[in-house]
Write a protein of this length. Structure first.
Lengths: 268, 256
């Protein structure tokens, strides 16, 4: 059905105490795609992100990233092979400037070793200049240039999301997991953020898996949608298929009462 | 203000939110006396905030909430504290923390009846008539009840104050399907005894099926309204949950 997936989830389960947060979930993500992961509150989406990104270890099942079995590997191991994530609440360093936040993300790159600092100080100085230039360039792209020297703690929620996105751009990942990028972002900034997501895939070919409650946004940018409900994957398909899928509609609006009302004719 | 006699509650252009962010930008609704009115809508549409604004838990930043008591006297609830609103005849069952787990079922009901006049025994009898399952559990610690029993106790605790209008915030949340049916059946039974109901629900379809009228909120605004039956067959309601339109200029997005 699709090219060799870049991310493959097979029969993954995770429970917390007696609560099954993720139950035998399986799905694939095609390289270079934008895939939306949706589902009602408590469906298990964020737990799934935590399992993929190494913040949690699945009890059952297997996760492969680019053919490499990665379930249970720590987040930094995944980041070093190019799989990174964002959080619902952006994690920026509030007591550093916007520019420093960007540069630090760039310095985290594999290859930025202590050895280089000790033995090749000139190289390090040059590399730092490059990173600074790259950071300034990307701040231009995400339109935060005029705030470059402000402390990140002074940014609005939406601006923090942009900065977090910018930090990810500094690391040049192959795949990013975005956890509710639109939440709490004003419409003008939201459109800009969507634009960046689309551009990232178009220009760098980055694979994107995005959890989003803003249906208008996620349906607009995603090639495919995966739907979870109560820990299980209940549907996947094109956005317009998902919007008409009765199983998905039930997950969001509940089942009809005992005496069902005749279903209105489906229309596109 | 001289309100229409057939209304028990009328909220106009409610604005409310937390810290520097408004969740409700302008929401209006009416509850006819004796009706069940449902408020549904996707995550983050402002449903719970609306109930909290009406009941004084989140002070509205704009708008009016008029409640007509049993004598037909209108009261603007805006600016009143919840316990004052309860005395006027409106009570609310929050979604969480709606009982005192360390107290017995009986003590929970006693606290609920605190604002009410009349003999506790009489009130208790009436509430146990609606919730017979609580009778054998009166001496039990509320913490030992099942999720469904707790929800019943939460509703009973609000009901024993003798409200004319009962506000329910997602009474089905976290309950097994069979228990959900039972909770909805109790809500209908309470309504049949003359208590008006204003209810927020995630289980939109089940809720609309038993509601006289419903409001669909989206992004802190009224989006669609109609009778329960009308909304059940309205494709626009589904679109609100699975792809609302108009917030973003998506045409502009695709051109880039």
């Amino acid at each position: 059905m699709m090219a060799e997936p870049i991310l493959s989830i097979a029969g993954v389960s995770k429970r917390f105490g007696g609560v099954v947060a993720v139950n035998e979930a399986s799905f694939d993500v095609a390289p270079g795609s934008i895939t939306g992961l949706i589902g009602p509150n408590g469906a298990g989406k964020t737990t799934m992100f935590n399992l993929i990104s190494g913040f949690l270890r699945p009890e059952r099942g297997v996760i492969h990233f680019d053919g490499w079995r990665c379930d249970g590997r720590p987040p930094h191991a995944l980041a070093s092979v190019g799989l990174v994530r964002t959080f619902q609440i952006p994690r920026v360093l509030t007591r550093m400037t916007v520019l420093e936040n960007m540069m630090l993300a760039g310095m985290d790159q594999p290859g930025e070793q202590l050895g280089a600092a000790l033995y090749q100080p000139r190289h390090l100085a040059r590399r730092e200049r490059e990173i600074r230039d790259q950071a300034r360039e990307l701040l231009e792209v995400i339109r935060l240039s005029r705030l470059a020297n402000d402390y990140a703690g002074t940014l609005s929620g939406g601006q923090r999301k942009l900065l977090e996105f910018g930090r990810i751009l500094m690391t040049e990942p192959r795949m990013i997991l975005l956890d509710e990028p639109m939440a709490g972002v004003a419409p003008a900034l939201a459109l800009q953020l969507l634009d960046h997501i689309i551009a990232l895939r178009a220009i760098r070919g980055t694979t994107i898996l995005v959890i989003e409650h803003d249906m208008e946004a996620v349906m607009a940018i995603s090639d495919r949608i995966i739907v979870m409900d109560e820990g299980s994957v209940i549907a996947e398909g094109l956005p317009e298929e998902i919007q008409r899928n009765e199983r998905v509609i039930e997950a969001y609006l509940g089942t009809h009462a005992q005496a069902p009302v005749p279903a209105a004719t489906a229309e596109p | 203000m001289n309100g229409p006699r057939d209304l028990i509650l009328s909220a106009h252009h409610i604005v409310a939110g937390y810290t520097d962010e408004n969740i409700l930008h302008s929401v209006s609704l009416e509850v006819p006396t004796g009706a069940i009115v449902a408020v549904i809508g996707p995550n983050g549409s402002g449903k719970s905030t609306l109930l909290k604004a009406i009941y004084g838990l989140v002070p509205p930043r704009g708008g009016d909430v008029i409640f007509w008591d049993w004598e037909g006297t209108p009261h603007n609830l805006v600016g009143l504290r919840p316990h004052v609103i309860t005395r006027l005849g409106v009570n609310m069952v929050p979604q969480l923390s709606n009982i005192f787990p360390e107290l017995s079922v009986r003590e929970n009901l006693e606290i609920g009846a605190d604002v009410a006049s009349g003999r506790f025994a009489d009130r208790l009898e009436r509430v146990l008539h609606t919730f017979p399952a609580l009778k054998p559990a009166l001496a039990k610690r509320a913490a030992t009840l099942s999720g469904g029993q707790r929800q019943m106790l939460g509703i009973a605790r609000a009901l024993i104050a003798g409200p004319q209008l009962l506000i329910l915030d997602e009474p089905s949340a976290g309950l097994a399907p069979a228990v959900v049916d039972e909770v909805f059946a109790r809500v209908q039974a309470i309504n049949a005894e003359g208590v008006s109901i204003l209810m927020v629900e995630q289980k939109a379809r089940q809720c609309l099926a038993l509601s006289d009228y419903g409001y669909v909120l989206d992004m802190g605004l009224n989006r669609i309204e109609g009778t329960g039956q009308e909304l059940l067959s309205d494709q626009e309601v589904i679109a609100t949950y699975l792809g609302r339109r108009g917030r973003l200029d998506l045409a502009a997005l695709k051109r880039r």
